[in-house]
Design a protein around this ligand. Sequence first.
Ligand code: MN
Length: 276
Amino acid sequence: MGAEVGDTGPRRFRSVFISDVHLGTRGCQAELLLDFIREIDCESLYLVGDIVDGWKMKSGWFWPQAHNDVVQKILRLARKGVSVTYIPGNHDGRVRDFCGVHFGGVVVARDAVHETADGRRFLVTHGDEFDGVVQHARWLALLGDVAYRALLSANTLMNRVRRRLGFGYWSLSAFLKTRVKNALQFIENFEHAVADEARRRGVDGVICGHIHKAEIRQIGDILYVNDGDWVESCTALVEHPCGRLEILEWARLRSWSVIDRAPARESLADPEPLAA
Ligand SMILES: [Mn+2]
């Protein structure tokens, strides 16, 4: 984990998966994504949903040059022969009206089945249809200790004020603990729901996005893979020519950093472990 790899020109991958780019919002890390796309060379590119954020764009136009460049760059890849599949998510849900349509070499599909070089079949879906609950406090799951303690002391202060005003004690700690538990439970439920669907479809694994949490994890007989996002973590899933899957984090120092990995099946030689 965390193997750093030097910058040595474009890297050749069999396929690349990105999602949750949220073009059209201020949180989108378009410049970093552009850097990333410049550094890759692949046969297939999957856009796994929430690429353009249509909801935000309704409440005001935010479309800087870099966001345009991302779209242009992807269309150029498609023109140059990269197989580009666009699987819309909930934020670009209107694109779902164009499922089955090809534009500029890009194929739009509700979901897809991707077969890796070593013969494993993966359901590729954004994943929003499996999140059952609208989650309010997912960020609390990621809340660090420091922020937590700072909030607790703020709570002590607040309760002093409440007491003076004649209100009863209100426990932020208990409130947060429930919320964190709920958020972690939400992620767990989501991962299992997605894995169940993959099992139902008779595939070996699932590749999704939506919850902005990159991960490769075995859930029973299903390999659960989440390619993360380009708002917070700047992560992508890549498949090497041998079928090995890796989650790359791009943000740190604008260089490769492997944060999760699933080896290829033993039947295929895996000649080039991506380690420094
Ligand atoms: Mn989503």
